[in-house]
Design a binder for this molecule. Structure first.
Ligand code: ATP
Length: 267
């Protein structure tokens, strides 16, 4: 039985989402509707609530208020197997229980996707340029190599909805562009939501941008529209110079004269 064909025709939405942890409000009144296909960059300053929102959208965290729905079905009510086949989640931090070899980790992903042949594993390794690392154990990988293995495992399932939390954070510039561009391209026939700090990549590669600030939805819209929105400057506490080039949109951040001196540790 496959859930993919049913899920791909429906979007993901949140109504009145609120999350509190340790007596603190982390997310407040988030209402958001995302289509069945498209690439969505989730941006916002440190601590804005991006990871928390992604985990709530993936059904990995139970909100204190509101509901997340896949189409018209609450994500919380989906059987675990159906949710896992429908919503892929790429966490910011991951450690496997066992110190497995790369090929075995990829096999786990391929098996979850329902194609457990050795060819399937080899193809996934080749697609992600992981052939040379196939026999390496997880503990012997660099941070960036681990991120690429994790991505290969999740993409092997080929879920109709993919949620990724800063997948490019530990990657060098070539791999970051390759991975994040690849995720954005999934938006042509899937829904792909990616939290990221690289604003240039967000505005160049993604259809839509969602801006979080202080646990609230500060703005959401097409990348073209939001690029010019001054709420960006307010959310990040800087002034952006906006450059539109043949290669994409670029934001050059300029510190405000009255800004706190974050690097000194005195703020
Ligand atoms: N279990 C918890 N208890 C208390 N506070 C928490 C808990 N989990 C997260 N927070 C706080 O909630 C806020 C949002 O965290 P979250 O990780 O969602 O932000 P983020 O936008 O992903 O940040 P970053 O860009 O730094 O990764 C932070 O201030 C964080 O310290």
């Amino acid at each position: 039985m496959t859930h993919r064909s049913a899920a791909i025709t429906i979007g993901l939405s949140a109504q009145g989402l609120g999350v509190r942890r340790g007596g603190t409000t982390i997310l407040s009144d988030i209402t958001l509707s995302l289509p069945a296909t498209g690439s969505v960059a989730l941006i916002g300053p440190n601590g804005a609530g991006k990871s928390t929102l992604l985990r709530a959208l993936a059904g990995l965290l139970t909100p204190d208020h509101g509901t997340v729905r896949l189409g018209d079905r609450p994500v919380a009510a989906l059987p675990a197997a159906e949710r896992a086949a429908t919503i892929g989640f790429l966490p910011q931090h991951f450690a496997p229980h066992w110190d497995l070899r790369v090929a075995d980790l990829v096999r786990l992903g391929v098996e979850r996707g329902g194609t457990a042949s050795p060819d399937g594993v080899a193809a996934v390794l080749a697609t992600h340029g992981l052939g040379p690392l196939a026999q390496r154990r997880w503990s012997a990988l660099s941070g960036g190599e681990r991120a690429r293995v994790l991505l290969a495992m999740v993409l092997a399932v080929d879920p109709p909805v993919l949620i990724a939390d800063e997948p490019g954070a530990s990657l060098d510039v070539r791999h970051r562009i390759g991975v994040v561009d690849g995720l954005a391209r999934r938006g042509r026939d899937r829904l792909c939501i990616v939290a990221m700090h690289d604003l240039d990549l967000a505005f160049r590669a993604f259809d839509r941008v969602v801006l979080l600030a202080g646990g609230r939805l500060a703005a959401a819209g097409t990348a073209a529209d939001l690029f010019h929105d001054r709420r960006l400057d307010r959310a990040f506490g800087v002034d952006f110079m906006r450059l539109e080039t043949p290669h994409g949109r670029l934001l050059q951040a300029v510190a405000r004269p009255d800004a706190d001196d974050i690097g000194s540790g005195r703020n």
